[in-house]
Design a binder for this molecule. Structure first.
Ligand code: HPA
Ligand code: ZN
Length: 342
């Protein structure tokens, strides 16, 4: 079994994935035409050519532009269904996906249009593709906390019955520290949501510590710059706080100049529960298995490291213990029998 087939065969959970970041150029063109939305591109080639970023904000500007074609419930459903098909083909058994409600309500699309379209596709994924899922709503950190509260209030019926299972924090990290959202995260915890936050992608290591100490997050999204603070790394390892790392995203947004300098292997060596994820795969050049293959080749990761990364993803998920145990037992069997890629 070659490296790619082995990676695909390992049961994996994807834990850091923005649904709006799975919008491929072809559906973007189709949705723009059918919804009569103006986009600044005339062809798929022009769209792809525009995906050259040197930092997070370059990407975010295009990402918010791109999502403007999502207008109808069926657009969100189509988007999510296409992602789930890719994830299932990559051997993902479970996904915990983000969406940005304020990216939609802020341009006049009702919360329910986005949420219901996504949820219909997640149900389809469970019933037809055998892929379990949880939905996490993210608040945009470049907006203020009161606007985050408004999104949270709109989500209340979805939170009450578990259709929305978590709260995350994304968008422009610089100058938007986690503590800006301390009251919102406290309210979300009170409501029973699981908590995650992007931290240490572009922002300093202190933002990672702040997300843990002030927001009480269950996981850190990215977390790369935590590596600049050895005492923090030891704390994260001791607390067992997982990091959802996104290698191709880091490469495309200039977090690392070359994947050979990526911190993933050092994270594992430091005892951090690091996982591999695709972030915004339509924009960053690869889905889950592409991220695994790229980083495995760049960092010379062997079958045991790859099994560890897959195992971490199951353990770091918000699945219940019996579900984790079942996936981990299968994973161990596959790693034992197939863990000798040519
Ligand atoms: N970082 C911050 N915000 C985001 C990202 C990201 O990688 N993708 C979508 N929103
Ligand atoms: Zn992200």
């Amino acid at each position: 079994m070659d490296l790619k087939a082995y990676i695909r065969a390992l049961p994996k959970a994807e834990l850091h994935l923005h649904l709006e970041g799975t919008l491929e150029p072809e559906p973007m063109m189709r949705m723009a035409a059918r919804n009569e939305v103006e986009i600044p591109f005339r062809s798929v080639e022009e769209i792809r050519a525009a995906y050259r970023f040197t930092r997070l904000q370059d990407f975010l500007d295009i990402y918010y532009r791109g999502m403007d074609v999502l207008r109808m419930e069926e657009d969100f459903q189509e988007l999510t269904r296409a992602y789930l098909e890719r994830a299932a083909a990559d051997g993902a058994v479970h996904v915990e996906v983000f969406f940005d409600p304020q990216g939609h309500t802020g341009r006049g699309i009702p919360f329910a249009v986005a949420a219901d379209g996504i949820l219909a596709a997640l149900t389809h994924g469970r019933e037809r593709l055998g892929i379990t899922s949880l939905l996490i709503m993210c608040v945009l950190r470049h907006l203020d906390e009161e606007q985050g509260f408004a999104a949270f209030r709109e989500a209340e019926p979805y939170i009450a019955d578990g259709r929305i299972a978590g709260l995350g924090l994304d968008s422009t990290e610089r100058d938007n520290p986690p503590a800006k959202f301390e009251h919102l995260f406290a309210a979300a915890r009170e409501a029973g949501l699981r908590l995650v936050a992007h931290a240490g992608e572009e922002g300093p290591a202190s933002y990672v510590a702040e997300a843990v100490d002030r927001l009480g997050v269950d996981r850190i999204d990215h977390g790369n710059r935590a590596m600049e603070d050895p005492a923090l790394v030891r704390r994260l390892a001791g607390l067992g706080i997982p990091l959802t790392v996104c290698p191709l995203s880091n490469l495309r947004l200039g977090g690392v100049a070359d994947l050979r300098q990526h911190p993933l292997k050092r994270m594992l060596e430091a005892g951090l529960k690091a996982t591999v994820n695709s972030d915004d795969p339509a924009y960053f050049g690869g889905y889950l298995v592409d991220n695994f293959v790229a980083v495995a080749e760049a960092l010379d990761l062997g079958p045991a490291d790859l099994a560890t990364l897959a195992r971490n993803s199951i353990e770091a998920s918000f699945l219940d213990e019996p579900a984790k145990k079942a996936h981990l037992e299968r994973l161990d069997r596959i790693a034992a029998t197939e863990g000798n890629p040519a």
